[in-house]
Design a protein around this ligand. Structure first.
Ligand code: G4P
Length: 526
């Protein structure tokens, strides 16, 4: 098969949601359709247990398992679908943000009763920044929830998305009769789990047909007709190009647990979702169909077994063909590397792959060569854009608790920050080390892993800090001025970039006013 047809076959996406909206359940149903798993529950058991979030042993165990389920690939209708899993727990949000750099589209799951929740807002914001095409799935229609129009208003208001319903629910909760699929003009009748072998789908081009009353009852039919009239007049016609540009988001309604509305979602997804797209590097635009191979590392996973310090680097292929045992250029290190056992992720199994194509994710065993954002190519000097570090929100001073193990501590901190578990800053005035994270849980994870994997121990000291922002300026004198005048608020990140450590929102605002020539950035990519 040619490179172009391999590329056209691939759909690489992530499902994102606020915890509990139904991401795991939906993933599992999609895998069942793809024949990638045989029974329900296979994915579920890999989920970080919500009730044990402060138990880091449990997190460790889960992390080990989650390598296998980080990417789930399956074939469906001649396409190769790659689902990238994203951690649900908000303390791992940064991991999720970075995974979003490796996908071509996303499905956002929203709970019909809860509507748009905070985690959904943050994740969608990242997608919007990147203009990633989004499909919305409103879940749990078998329960009482909010009015469909209300929800769509909220999605438009809070998420800043323009929506177009491609299906519409007929009642909800006890009165849930099914959905009308506007995309295919079909009526899907709902029967709760267990009572139904196959979804009952009826072609229904014209809802004014009186036969509709027979299927769903007179009043539900009337309600549906009225609502559909509003849907078709208020919302724009669905336009695939607008969806692909990230300007319009189709919306589906269903119930993942009952496997209802999931097939429609998948069938529409495979028709409209984009194959791998061109990607921007600092040097030039890289198109997937060029023969030169390129890819970037978006995630690094440590081995669970402390006796084996190797890690798995997750490489997203952007162009050309990747082959086993072939020399590639590690651009940052300027050295050639080849991989004898690159891993493919087919659902929950891992296997060695011979070749892979744009859109695919390859697992590379790594003994410490990679960090997030690294590029591999055929030899060309390329740096992919859009893999930022986010401004952390929680900070602590880290102290070495065992002076005999300071080398181990440094090594451990270096590797853990390369994995993206947290960010490390060093204060300009006193060289003290500060750990910055997106969530509080990472502090426990770091302490535990330093001890168990590196034999180092640390203690933390609280550090009340509002935000760390990267600072730049075209004017070297302005940089010199802020560094000398505000030395106690300045630190450097692991790459030596200058960072302003703002004690409060007020202090940040004042600094922005006092140093007008300085730009304050909230991600490390600028
Ligand atoms: P998450 O990955 O987004 O965190 O959500 P997950 O799929 O784990 O779903 C969260 C809860 O919502 C689960 O219940 C799940 O069974 C339930 N759920 C998912 N889809 C639907 C749906 O369509 N209708 C209804 N009524 N419930 C749904 P749980 O009690 O937390 O877990 P479990 O005991 O069922 O495993």
């Amino acid at each position: 098969m040619s490179l172009t047809s391999e590329i056209q076959k691939r759909r690489t996406f992530a499902i994102v949601s606020h915890p509990d909206a139904g991401k795991t359940t939906l993933t599992e149903k999609l895998l069942l359709f793809g024949g990638a798993i045989q029974e329900a529950g296979a994915v579920k058991s890999n989920k970080i247990k919500r009730h044990a979030t402060s138990d880091f042993m449990d997190i460790e165990r889960q992390r080990g398992i989650s390598v296998a389920t980080s990417v789930m690939a399956f074939e469906y209708e001649g396409l190769k679908i790659n689902i990238l899993d994203t951690p649900g727990h908000q303390d791992f949000a940064e991991d999720t943000y970075r995974t979003l750099t490796a996908v071509d589209s996303v499905i956002v799951v929203i709970d019909v009763a809860k509507g748009v929740e905070p985690q959904t807002e943050k994740l969608v914001e990242v997608c919007r920044m990147r203009k990633t095409p989004i499909i919305v799935f409103i879940n749990k229609l078998d329960r009482e929830g909010r009015d469909g129009f209300d929800l769509l208003d909220e999605i438009e208001g809070k998420l800043g998305l323009h929506v177009k319903p491609l299906s519409w629910p007929i009642g909800m909760g006890q009165r849930f009769k099914g959905v009308y699929n506007l995309y295919e003009q079909k009526l899907n009748l709902f029967q709760p789990h267990g009572k139904r072998k196959q979804e009952e789908v009826i072609e229904f081009k014209d809802v004014s047909d009186p036969a509709l009353d027979k299927h769903v009852g007179e009043s539900a039919a009337e309600e549906l007709r009225e609502e559909l009239e509003i849907v078709t007049t208020v919302y724009p016609k669905f336009d695939r190009d607008a969806y692909l540009a990230g300007d319009i988001s189709p919306v589906f309604f269903g119930s993942a647990i009952n496997n209802f509305g999931v097939k429609e979602l998948l069938d529409c997804f495979i028709q409209i979702a984009p194959p791998p797209k061109a990607r921007q590097t600092e040097e030039r635009l890289v198109t997937p169909d060029e023969n030169n191979f390129s890819g970037f590392v978006f995630k690094i996973h440590a081995n669970m077994d402390p006796k084996h310090r190797d890690r798995i680097a997750f490489l997203r292929i952007c162009s050309g063909k990747f082959e086993r045992n072939t020399n590639y250029m590690h651009v940052r290190k300027g050295k050639k590397m080849k991989f004898s056992n690159p891993t493919a992720f087919m659902a929950s199994k891992k296997s060695i792959l011979e070749e892979a194509y744009p859109g695919d994710i390859v697992g590379l065993y790594d003994s410490g060569n990679f960090k997030i954002g690294d590029t591999l190519t055929d030899g060309e000097d390329l740096h992919f854009k859009g893999i930022p570090s986010f401004s952390p929100e929680q900070f602590r001073y880290i102290n070495n608790a065992n002076p005999l193990k300071s080398k181990q501590l440094d090594k451990g901190l270096q590797q853990l920050t390369e994995e993206g578990v947290a960010q490390l800053f060093v204060k300009e005035d006193n060289n003290r080390k500060i750990i910055g994270t997106v969530g509080a849980l990472q502090f426990e994870v770091i302490q535990y892993r330093l001890e168990h994997e590196y034999g180092a121990s640390c203690t933390y000291e609280p550090m009340p800090l509002h935000k760390a922002c990267w600072i730049t300026s075209d004017d070297n004198e302005a940089i010199r001025k802020i560094v000398s005048q505000r030395k106690k608020d300045i630190a450097r990140d692991k790459d030596g970039n200058l960072v302003f450590m703002a004690e409060s929102a007020w202090a940040l605002k004042m600094a922005q006013e006092n140093f007008p020539k300085i730009e304050f950035h909230f991600t490390s990519e600028f």
